[in-house]
Design a protein around this ligand. Structure first.
Ligand code: NAP
Length: 491
């Protein structure tokens, strides 16, 4: 498959879209055209759902350990092609090659973890009130599942959803973000090479408003697993509910890193800079708010500023680059808009501009820190999804936790302290799905549930064994082996 024109992957073959329309796939570091991708419509969605439906009976009846073997092979192929996939990811999405390598490794880990679930997706044997009566439960697949995914983790997110869905016996139609089709193409190649039967995995490229909506409305799609913005996710959730579908949405974040006055400030400063600026702040778990006790704010901010100004920004493929561009012009516009809002609300400590000179051809923004932010500022409340860190000073631990919780979102958080009592009060009081103690707000492991509280997440956790709860239904089975007629237990 070449990159000149990326086509849909339906029923095991690469297929053009009937409309003949295409969209350019751009490198955000330079604006160079990497290739083109088809822009599909309702017909292509119908074909992909049809292929997934046709492949379902055979795939769901394949024993789960055999399904897992295909995923293990996919993990091995992805490991072999790790550098190639990471380079594609950097060129298409912009993150540094180091961050891209980390993302691909996460995808490998997810494949391996889910592959193992093929041997472990246990049910229960449940005691009966009646003699000679066996009751057990088992998981069954949902059917055809639609995955709708964002551009910021275009390898890991489709893979972590797909690996869990596939091992459970579902077939898939993926609608990836329009700005990262190359990664979806590579995932398709790898699954095909691993021996995934035709029709089990399908990909349709095209605008979200057309392809995404058509998928959610399709009567043969049983469930939707979405990751992306709240605007779209909440709409899809409502739409899915009216169609009686199972829907899982992982959405925005406004993650806080809390630094208490007994913290190791070196560690905290390094974590803040890594969490806020690596991947250009375009991570759902990125550190967006720094909540610091006022009596240590000055030395901490001095360190953060020094580390931020030393970051190497540039094309993610260049050696030593730590911060790449924003993904596209729209995202650049959003981030620059918030920087202007911030200049009116708070105090700019560093950054605060689009980078010019040799970086003028790409969507680069200087890593930016705002001080003197208060909890009612837009900087403190709205998801920016770019390299912007807002610093909120507080007087004590209680205020720190209250400020951290003062958000509609609840994905990730972190505390820096050496006091064990403070650690456990943080764990007891903070309203996020992921909590870190003395480590950055970013990062996670494949075997651990992932997702947020409040308006961040709805419909159940991804990854870990909890992912199986979304991608399966339970059946309860009663077997009477008395061989005689008897009344039911409730008579
Ligand atoms: P987005 O604009 O909501 O897009 C996500 C996906 O939905 C894309 O595939 C998009 O397609 C599609 N879409 C757009 N409009 C649609 C519609 N009307 N119906 C159905 N699908 C539609 O989000 P994004 O900008 O790609 O990603 C950034 C957001 O994702 C941030 O808010 C971030 O916090 C969130 N995120 C959350 C997590 C988490 O686990 N909580 C992880 C990563 C990212 P097109 O690309 O064609 O528009």
């Amino acid at each position: 498959m070449d990159m000149d024109l990326i086509r849909n992957f339906i029923g095991g073959t690469w297929q053009a879209a009937a409309s003949g329309r295409t969209q350019d796939n751009l490198n955000p570091a330079s604006g160079a055209v990497l290739g083109k991708v088809v822009a599909s419509g309702a017909d292509e969605v119908a074909a992909a759902v049809g292929a997934a439906k046709a492949a379902l009976p055979e795939w769901r009846s394949l024993p789960a350990p055999r399904r897992g073997e295909i995923l293990f092979r996919a993990a091995a192929i992805l490991r072999r092609r790790k550098d190639e996939v990471a380079r594609a990811l950097t060129q298409e999405e912009g993150k540094s090659l180091t961050d891209a390598g980390g993302e691909v490794q996460r995808a490998i880990n997810c494949l391996e973890f889910s592959a193992g679930e093929g041997r472990r997706s246990f049910g229960q044997v449940i005691p009966s009130e009646l003699p000679s009566n066996l009751i057990y439960t088992r998981r069954i697949p949902l059917g055809v599942v639609a995955l709708v995914t964002p551009w910021n983790f275009p390898v890991a997110i489709p893979v972590w959803k797909a690996a869990a869905a596939l091992v459970c016996g579902n077939t898939i139609v993926l609608k990836p973000a329009s700005s990262t089709p190359w990664c979806a193409l590579l995932i398709s190649e790898i699954l095909a090479e691993a021996g995934m039967p035709a029709g089990v995995w399908n990909v349709v490229f095209g605008p979200g408003g057309v392809v995404g909506d058509t998928l959610v409305n399709h009567p043969d799609v049983a469930a939707i697993s979405f990751t992306g913005s709240n605007d779209i996710g909440q709409r899809l959730y409502a739409l899915g509910a009216t169609r009686g579908k199972k829907v899982q949405c992982e959405m925005g974040g406004k993650n806080a890193l809390i630094v208490l006055d007994d913290a190791d400030l070196d560690l905290a400063a390094a974590a803040a800079v890594q969490g806020a600026f690596y991947s250009s702040g375009q991570r759902c778990t990125a550190t967006s708010r720094l909540v610091v006790m006022a009596n240590v704010a000055a030395p901490l901010l001095a360190q953060i500023r020094e580390r931020t100004e030393a970051l190497k920004v540039g094309d993610g493929l260049a050696p030593g680059v730590q911060v790449g561009p924003l993904v596209d012009e729209k995202q650049l516009g959003t981030v620059l808009k918030y920087i202007e809002i911030g200049k009116g609300e708070a105090r700019l400590l560093c950054g605060g501009e689009r980078l010019k000179g040799e970086l003028a051809g790409g969507y680069f923004v200087a890593p930016t820190v705002f001080g003197e932010v208060s909890r009612d500022h837009r900087l403190a409340r709205e998801e920016i999804f770019g390299p912007v860190l807002s610093v909120l000073a507080v007087t004590d631990e209680a205020e720190a936790f209250a400020v951290a919780n003062d958000s509609r979102y609840g994905l990730s958080s972190s505390v820096y302290t050496r006091d064990v009592g403070r650690v456990f009060r943080y764990i007891d009081q903070i309203e996020t799905g992921i909590l870190h103690v003395n480590s950055p707000t970013v990062g996670g492991e494949a075997q651990v549930p992932f997702g947020g509280l409040k308006e961040t997440g709805v419909g159940g956790r991804e990854q870990g064994t909890t992912a199986l709860d979304f991608f399966t239904e339970w059946q309860s089975i009663y077997i009477d082996y008395t061989g005689s007629r008897r009344t039911a237990s409730f008579y």
